[in-house]
Design a protein around this ligand. Structure first.
Ligand SMILES: NC(=O)c1ccc[n+]([C@@H]2O[C@H](COP(=O)([O-])OP(=O)(O)OC[C@H]3O[C@@H](n4cnc5c(N)ncnc54)[C@H](O)[C@@H]3O)[C@@H](O)[C@H]2O)c1
Length: 243
């Protein structure tokens, strides 16, 4: 049985990724800042564990990954889904807020990938790492100084890690969701005017279900994706194609 570490597993896309990887036969270690939410996700899966962890805390992430390895004997997959978004503009951005968004979205992804890759390298059987970027890895919307710059960084982080980890057959890819129906986007989607404006930009005309993002992550985490690394896979209903 493969072992997968999923951050942000307590909600939205992370919870869906945990479910998809469990359906593919993985033991899933569910990491989240919200320990109760992580435990709730783990409780729905056949083989899983829950870990209350802040992904910006490198020691805590390393310890959680070590616990998982002690439990299952291996780490094969890591999916860094923990992320936060706060509306900030270039005029009024609070630098502490900016730094926190980058800490969770960029540093947290690096800390997760590094902790998993260190274990994968020791085992010598390769591995799969998937980071969650966004359409905002490539395009900005108003009020996204912190978020879009963090997601741009996640895209380049994925490419740089892919190059570094390739000699150990560890692949690193970035999935770029478009607007997805999760608690993060709930406020925007609940506002009829904002929702209309957002969905106008989506050729498929609807938000993604988190399971549709998870399906892409599960592919990149699978043996079938053995020659895919350093890639960016938008799962956006055609948003980036519309330009
Ligand atoms: N929902 C969207 O429309 C959308 C679009 C593009 C990209 N994304 C990205 O997908 C990822 C998941 O987003 P979501 O929509 O599922 O959001 P969500 O708010 O539903 O879930 C995020 C989860 O991450 C956890 N988390 C937050 N900070 C953490 C930290 N420091 N340490 C550990 N866990 C932490 C939260 O507790 C929560 O369970 C994020 O990276 C987000 O930027 C979302």
């Amino acid at each position: 049985m493969r072992t997968a570490v999923v951050t942000g597993a307590g909600s939205g896309i992370g919870a869906a990724v945990a479910a998809a990887l469990a359906a593919d036969g993985c033991h899933v270690a569910c990491l989240d800042l919200d320990g109760a939410a992580a435990a709730a996700t783990a409780g729905r899966l056949a083989a899983a564990s829950a870990h209350e962890v802040d992904v910006t805390d490198a020691r805590a992430v390393e310890a959680a990954v070590a616990d998982v390895e002690a439990l299952t004997g291996r780490v094969d997959v890591a999916a860094a889904c923990a992320g936060i978004e706060v509306h900030t503009t270039g005029y009024d951005v609070d630098l502490d807020v900016h730094a926190r968004i980058h800490a969770v979205n960029v540093l947290g992804s690096l800390i997760t990938a590094r902790a998993a890759a260190r274990r994968m390298r020791v085992h010598g059987e390769g591995g799969r790492i998937v980071l969650i970027g966004s359409i905002n890895s490539q395009v900005a919307l108003p009020g996204q100084i912190a978020y879009a710059s963090s997601k741009g960084a996640v895209l380049m982080l994925g490419k740089a890690l892919a190059v570094d980890f390739a000699p150990d057959a560890i692949t690193v890819n970035v999935v770029g969701p478009g607007i997805t129906d999760t608690p993060m986007s709930a406020v925007s989607l609940a506002d009829p005017e904002r929702s209309r404006r957002i969905l106008e930009r989506v050729p498929l005309g609807r938000p993604a279900d988190p399971a549709e993002i998870a399906a892409a992550v599960a592919f990149l985490a699978s043996p079938a994706a053995s020659y895919v690394t350093g890639a960016f896979l938008p799962v956006d209903g055609g948003w980036l194609a519309l330009g």
